[in-house]
Design a protein around this ligand. Sequence first.
Ligand code: PYC
Length: 335
Amino acid sequence: MIQQIQVIDSHTGGEPTRLIVSGGPDFASLLSRFAGGSIPETLQQVVAFLEENHEPLRRGIICEPRCSEHWVGAWLLPPIDPKHLCGVIFFNNVGYLGMCGHGTIGLMASLAFLDRVQPGRYLIETAVGVVETELLDQHQVRIGNVPSYLYRRNVEVPLANQKSIVGDLAWGGNWFFLSSDHSLAVEMSNIAVLTQYSLAVQASMEANGISGPDGQRIDHVELFVAGHNGADSRSFVLCPGGAYDRSPCGTGTSAKLACLAAEGKLKPGENWVQESVTGSRFHASYQWATNAEHLEGLAPGARAISPTVQGSAFVMGETTLVFDPRDLFVDGIPA
Ligand code: PYC
C-alpha cells in the first residue's frame, strides 16, 4: 500500500526541521498503551516502540533520497497532559534525540504557519522533559529548556599523534563535549577539517569510555572560539550522524550556559549571544534551576540551570511524502 505523510519543512538559523503532522504511526493509541509513568517515561517507551517497529519509516522520511543527514525530523504527538500544547519526538539520520532546541523553534513556527497557535506561551512534552515555549511572532520563539548542567570539567580526550583535547561534559537536553582547546578556524571554509576533527573526538570518547553518568554516549561535540560583532562566542557543533548543526544548537547553547554558570563566568539573567559557524545567532540566558536535584550525575553541591534560548525559524515547504513499496529506496538509501 502506498503511504502518504504530510510534513512542514522549516529552518532555524539555517538548520532544517521536518515536522511530521499526519500520516505516521497512531500516536494517540501508543500514548494510552504506554501511559502510567511520567511524561518523559511514556515518551521514552514510545521512542523504544518506534525503534523496534518503525525504523524504515524514520529512515525513509529523513535520509536520502527524500531528505539528507543534516536534517532533524520531529513527530508531532497529541499532548499527554491536556494543559500542554503537544508532544514532540525528535530524530535524525541515525536515531532519536533527547531534545532539540532549533527543532522546537521550528515546531512553533510551523504550527504558527498552520494557524494552530497564536503568539503566547505553551508547554511542549519531549522525551527528556516538558519544555516551555513562547511564540513571540510568526517566526521568533523563546524556549525554556530542560534543566541543564555541567557533569565533568577538564576531561582529556586522547587524539592521534600523541595529541589530545581538553573539554567539559555537559547536559543540555542532549550530551555534549565542549571545548575551546583547539586552534581550528570556526569558518565555513574549514567545515571539512572541523568535521573530521570532531568525528575523531567523538570516536576517541567512545573508545576510551568517556560517557555520561549512566554510560550515555556523548554524541555532540562543540568547538568554540571567541565571538565578534556582538556575539559572545562562535561555535561548530557536530551532531550524531556526522552532520554539523547549521544553527548555534539550542541544546548545545544550554550546555554552554551550564558550563559558564558553573565556572561563575555568566550570572543569572545575563545575556549570551551564541553564533553558529554559518553566522546565525541564538540569544540565551539562564536562571538557577529549582527541583533539579534528581538529575543523574549532578555533583553534590553543584547546581543545574534553567536555560532560555531565543531564535527564529522560517517555513520552507508544505509537502506530502509518498512511500511506494515498489520503490527500491522507499526506506531511504542505507548508510
Ligand atoms: O538545536 O538542540 C539543537 C540541535 C540538536 C541537534 C541539532 N540541533
